[in-house]
Design a protein around this ligand. Sequence first.
Ligand SMILES: Nc1ncnc2c1ncn2[C@@H]1O[C@H](COP(=O)(O)OP(=O)(O)OP(=O)(O)O)[C@@H](O)[C@H]1O
Ligand SMILES: O=P(O)(O)OC[C@@]1(O)O[C@H](CO)[C@@H](O)[C@@H]1O
Length: 303
Amino acid sequence: MIYTCTLNPSVDYIVHLDELHVGELNRSVKTFTFPGGKGINVSRVLKRLDVDSTALGFVGGFTGGFIESELRKEGIACDFVHVPGQTRINVKLKAGRETEINGEGPMIADDDATQLIAKIGALSAGDVLVLAGSAPMSLSADMYERLAARAVKRRVRLVVDTSGPALEALLACRPFLAKPNHHELAELFGAAVLTKEDIILYGRRLVERGVEHLIVSMGGAGAFYFGREATLFAEAPKGTVKNSVGAGDSMVAGFLAAHTSGKPIEEAFAYSVAAGSATAFSEDLCTKEEVEALVDRVRVVRL
Ligand SMILES: Nc1ncnc2c1ncn2[C@@H]1O[C@H](COP(=O)(O)OP(=O)(O)OP(=O)(O)O)[C@@H](O)[C@H]1O
Ligand SMILES: O=P(O)(O)OC[C@@]1(O)O[C@H](CO)[C@@H](O)[C@@H]1O
């Protein structure tokens, strides 16, 4: 079974504007409201790709209620810890360029954190646990490490999509899959920007350090895959970007779905890139039809 864990879910409020005038009244052209947060996005895309998962994490208030009811409507199992505060609303402004304002998230009490850790402690060997997104400020900095330690003890395979010190700590747990973007990889190695040669060097280094499958995404410039048997590169297909929120999460879901169904690594990687791009080219997250319409346009090169 696949479990996704979103410590800080969000209601994503997508606001399209012709132009953004800072300091003035702006009127939107169209708006969308989606359940969000990285792990939740992974669960939603997995479902669209016919793979079941259970969504874990913390939810609270009317926003948390919205997330749970939307997920259940989509047929996604939820096993959240309910907290007294309110799940955040993240505002994504689309006015030519994309501007994001992500909220800080509710207070998480120690008892609530303990409940989530207990849920991870009940997973079984062979399960997959996706740890994705930021943690609310109120959680202790080592929350991800504590969850990962529980999971590793149960021989659960870890999938990691976070950033900063949490990413660094989780990489040490020899994850099954990690998907930093190139900025997160640069931060990890204390660099400002990375050339493609740097990405290859650092990517291979992370595999040597025990990451089984590593995908480094680069937005519209495509992605690298690193594993023990192969280093691959794929350009992203060209298209009109409507909303790239969740593109990285869709890559994680695409790779997991293809890998779970036994596809060889090149195909799983191509499927992952197609899922990321299909999400970038649609208002909400990608559908299976959109991914499959794109996958033949993804050319994977072995390096
Ligand atoms: N402009 C684009 N054109 C085509 N494909 C795109 C574009 N932006 C993103 N993608 C696809 O999505 C994948 C992931 O994008 P990106 O590197 O932006 O992920 P991310 O930073 O983790 O995003 P997020 O945090 O919003 O989920 C890329 O590898 C690519 O396949
Ligand atoms: O604040 P975090 O947890 O880093 O990111 C949260 C978020 O921006 O990531 C998802 C896209 O990847 C969105 O659904 C959500 O709003």
